[in-house]
Design a binder for this molecule. Structure first.
Ligand SMILES: Cc1cc2nc3c(=O)[nH]c(=O)nc-3n(C[C@H](O)[C@H](O)[C@H](O)COP(=O)(O)OP(=O)(O)OC[C@H]3O[C@@H](n4cnc5c(N)ncnc54)[C@H](O)[C@@H]3O)c2cc1C
Length: 273
């Protein structure tokens, strides 16, 4: 069975992660055979960029790992010093970069009002700071074969895993059908990776980028993500739907996609909160 259809396992893997403490791993033994959960390691924050008023890009190097290997769509878990209880300190972040043979990854994080983890990340973490993290984790990854159209539907920082996927597809020259990246946000100042994805659209055959704004008129599309993918798939082509972001969006999208006649197997979801 392709990995794509095992999405329900993410929570199983995560709950095992909460229950088990992991001994330190050697550099060649990052995965421990008992549970396949990667060991904790130290990351060094190399660069921080404020990309929108509330969103920062963190470039993190992992000096204990020669090459950080992962599948586009996977995430890392940070252990932040924000609580006495270990599992209350853990926050997950999708890897926004793609596997490139180095030990450096990029995270895209939005500051959440009243959020303990993001308060720490935005106030305490500077370039040169250390982070404790483990990964890669998760099964929100590309289907084994891109033999149907692919709809990547997201809001806000939910674009992170999809940025990783589309660059990877292009760089690895993976055969694919049409790929529609539908990205919803409020205003032009909240657009993430806009120039980069516009550019990719010009150079990657079959890749279509659909940014949509819910609170500002502009030269592009307005409204919510839902009417965009519904219009694009109005003739119900064979398709995979991948949804990423906050639950309100993913719940509604799933309901609408199933109502169109697609099945649960066609829909794969990563919920941020
Ligand atoms: C697999 C996975 C990948 C993720 N990847 C990313 C990513 O790439 N970028 C990113 O920015 N976030 C991502 N998240 C969300 C992230 O893990 C944290 O939940 C988020 O940063 C908030 O943490 P916090 O400690 O600041 O807030 P908390 O202190 O945990 O939450 C404070 C309050 O806000 C509520 N809340 C928590 N999260 C949200 C939310 N997203 N929207 C609205 N209310 C919320 C909580 O219910 C709580 O009441 C991911 C989550 C998962 C499970």
């Amino acid at each position: 069975m392709p990995l794509f259809f095992k999405s329900c396992c993410r929570y199983t893997v995560f709950s095992i992660a909460i229950l088990r403490e992991q001994p330190a791993a050697t550099p060649n033994n990052r995965y421990l055979c008992t549970s396949m959960i990667p060991a904790w390691q130290t990351g060094i924050v190399k660069q921080i960029d404020q990309v929108t008023p509330y969103t920062r890009r963190f470039v993190v190097a992992l000096p204990e790992t020669a090459v950080f290997d992962f599948k586009p769509g996977q995430f890392v878990t940070l252990d932040l010093p924000i609580h006495e209880q270990r599992n209350k300190r853990w926050r997950s972040y999708s890897i926004a970069s793609w596997p490139n043979g180095t030990n450096t990854i990029e995270l895209l994080i939005v500051e959440l009002e009243g959020g303990a983890g993001t308060k720490y990340l935005f106030n305490e973490i500077k370039e040169g700071s250390q982070l404790t993290l483990r990964g890669p984790q998760g099964v929100f990854v590309l289907p084994a074969e891109l033999d149907k159209d692919l709809y990547l539907i997201c809001t806000g920082t939910g674009i992170a895993p999809f940025r990783s996927m589309v660059h990877y597809i292009q760089q690895q020259d993976i055969p694919h059908k049409d790929i529609h990246l539908v990205f919803g946000t409020r205003t032009q100042t909240d657009l993430l990776y806009y120039d980069e994805l516009k550019q990719l659209e010009q150079t990657m055959p079959g890749f279509h980028y659909h940014p949509v704004l819910s609170r500002q008129e502009w030269e592009g599309k307005t409204g919510y993500v839902h009417h965009i993918y519904e219009q694009l798939s109005h003739h119900n082509p064979p398709a995979y739907f991948m949804l990423c972001g906050w639950r309100a969006m993913t719940d509604e999208a799933k309901e609408r996609i199933l109502k169109k006649g697609y099945t649960n197997k066609d829909v794969h979801i990563e919920i941020y909160g």
